[in-house]
Design a protein around this ligand. Structure first.
Ligand SMILES: [Zn+2]
Length: 453
């Protein structure tokens, strides 16, 4: 079995078991807990969802580009203190004041600060080495891993992509607001959050956006094989429903939670949401048309590919998880924590032999660095690293990613960006240049002075 297919297999082997607390994405919720009443809020949510889908003009393409005016590296600016200079296509008046949207869950505060300004490669120029660190789930819980990596990004001038699971803004007692495809109302393969965790997560989402990180989506209920209603079985209409609800949970958290002491998020999710990663990397084929219909820029759900320059699928940039040379072995591993875990503690064991942790941590770090060095000194294809906020094997995978951020983000020519920023950069290039770049093998280093003439 290829490594690319191991992630779903890992999920399969887990289902139905008692999953350790430390795995934020693998705990099953009992059907008993799912029993609840769909009240006024539920009807309100669904009505609002339909409305938003009908009127939403998701800001992909030129609109989004126009709104990105703040260069990476400026400091101190917040969304409200940095009135847009060129925001000619903004969804709200650009008078420098926040504009509250809907029930006050979100607001338009101007273009996102600190964004990469995409620039076309000049003839003979070596491409930047883009590195994208991305996080699936993005719940700030008692482990405080969201804040840890957000602060790390800020310290190392990196931007990251946080793929929020929409239900992480839905209180447990409102769970039936979620109508998952092919499941009963309120069902979910991941736990609904505590009120405290929702509060913390809202704070991290705000700070992340203000410092230039991207808030993407990991969708909602995290249904994977062998669940017969898992994402791999969903139709495009199922994905449309899931996407609408991912928007709605962010756009209606204030009504859903009843919290009155937290300000609106500083962004308009209807225009900011530009891409996602499907749970367990399942279902991309039917997901892509739904994403394209919503104007999304990219999809990060492909279950694995070699490190080559990206291309579009169905009009959406395809950013797969990538295969990296596994340290000391003649094989490759997907650049995700699951896959190191699988190779190291023997499959679905999230807390393996502690005596092995130092070695496994070195292997994970070196695996990521192998992938980095191969393209940094080779084709310069963008590097994608995906992780969950988890504490498996003594948090060694978290530490490995942290070490890689510290090691690579400050190197000459390296830019640690969000998937959205990378989409901006790719869209700014001459298509013929990208076609040429895609002919390179990962480790192939051409004479850059003549390669891109
Ligand atoms: Zn996940």
């Amino acid at each position: 079995m290829g490594i690319a297919s191991r992630l779903p297999r890992l999920r399969r082997r887990r289902s139905g078991e008692d999953i350790p607390e430390s795995d934020p994405h693998a705990r099953r919720i009992s059907r008993r807990q799912a029993a609840a009443v769909c009240g006024v809020l539920c009807a309100g949510l669904l009505g609002a969802t339909g409305t938003f889908v009908a009127v939403r003009g998701h800001g992909g393409g030129p609109d989004a580009d126009l709104r990105r005016t703040h260069p990476t590296g400026t400091t101190g600016a917040t969304a409200t203190s940095a009135p847009p200079a060129q925001a000619t296509a903004a969804p709200a008046p650009d008078d420098g004041k926040p504009h509250v949207i809907g029930d006050g869950s979100t607001s338009y505060t101007g273009p996102q600060p600190h964004q990469l300004v995409p620039r076309k490669l000049k003839p003979g120029e070596k491409p930047p080495q883009f590195v994208v660190f991305s996080w699936d789930g993005a719940l700030e819980n008692d482990d405080h891993l969201f804040s840890r990596f957000r602060e790390l990004a800020q310290t190392y001038n990196a931007h990251m992509t946080f793929f929020l699971s929409g239900i992480y803004l839905v209180p447990k007692d409102k769970r039936t607001l979620y109508k998952p495809p092919r499941h009963g109302p309120g069902d979910s393969a991941i736990d609904f959050p505590t009120d405290q965790h929702i509060r913390w997560t809202l704070q991290q989402l705000r700070l992340a956006w203000e410092q230039g990180d991207e808030i993407g989506t990991h969708f909602n209920g995290h249904f994977c094989a062998p669940d017969p209603g898992g994402g791999g079985t969903w139709t495009t209409a199922d994905w449309e429903s899931e996407i609408s609800q991912a928007y709605a949970f962010v756009e209606h958290w204030k009504t859903d939670t009843g919290f009155t002491d937290i300000p609106p998020l500083p962004f308009d999710y209807a225009t900011e949401l530009a891409g996602g990663r499907a749970p367990c990397l399942e279902g991309q084929k039917n997901l892509l048309p739904a994403e394209a219909a919503n104007g999304w820029r990219y999809d990060a759900s492909s279950p694995g590919d070699f490190q080559v320059w990206p291309q579009k699928k169905d009009g959406v940039w395809d950013f797969p998880l990538q295969l990296m040379p596994y340290p000391g072995k003649d094989r490759q591993v997907l650049a995700m924590d699951f896959n190191f875990l699988y190779n190291q503690s023997g499959g679905d064991v999230t807390q393996g032999n502690p005596a092995k942790y130092p070695q496994w941590e070195r292997e994970a770090r070196q695996g990521y660095l192998n992938g980095f060095e191969r393209v940094y000194n080779g084709s310069r294809a963008p590097l994608f690293i995906g992780n969950h906020f988890e504490t498996w094997n003594g948090e060694i995978y978290m530490q490995a990613v942290e070490d890689v951020v510290k090691d690579v983000c400050g190197r000459p020519g390296v830019q640690c960006v969000s998937f959205k920023e990378l989409s901006d950069w790719l869209d700014a290039q001459d298509p013929a240049v990208l076609t040429k770049l895609r002919t390179l093998d990962p480790a192939e280093s051409p004479d850059w002075s003549t390669f891109l003439k």
